[in-house]
Write a protein that binds this ligand. Structure first.
Ligand code: FES
Length: 108
């Protein structure tokens, strides 16, 4: 697990406790994250910045609000599209895929 991109100690919050390491897949590739952290946090730690592409203009989107309000971070999780990854906890074995428009398929 890449800990260099993770916040492990915060000046106000103190030391941040993380869940156990779990494996999940991102577009078919196995990645690791901390159980219970937002899916988006695990993706960021792995260097993934693009979560979806817009339907009409095919523009890449990633984290914007990080509080579940904007939908820029939505992805296809376990076959279900439009999952806000910034507020959805990571679980062992999750299948996380880039969302193209409203599905995990590239044709839009
Ligand atoms: S980044 Fe805005 S809903 Fe997740």
């Amino acid at each position: 697990m890449d800990m260099e991109r993770r916040i492990t100690e915060h000046p106000i919050l103190g030391e941040i406790e993380k869940g156990r390491q779990v494996a999940f897949t991102y577009d078919g590739k196995t990645l690791y994250g901390c159980e219970g952290e937002p899916i988006a946090a695990a993706l960021k730690a792995a260097g993934v910045m693009v979560h979806r592409y817009t339907k009409r203009a095919h523009k890449p989107r990633g984290i914007f609000c990080a509080i579940g309000r904007c939908t820029d971070c939505v992805m296809v999780v376990d076959g279900k599209p439009n999952i806000r990854t910034c507020v959805t906890p990571l679980r062992e074995g999750m299948d996380v895929r880039t969302q193209y428009g409203v599905s995990a398929k590239k044709e839009m």
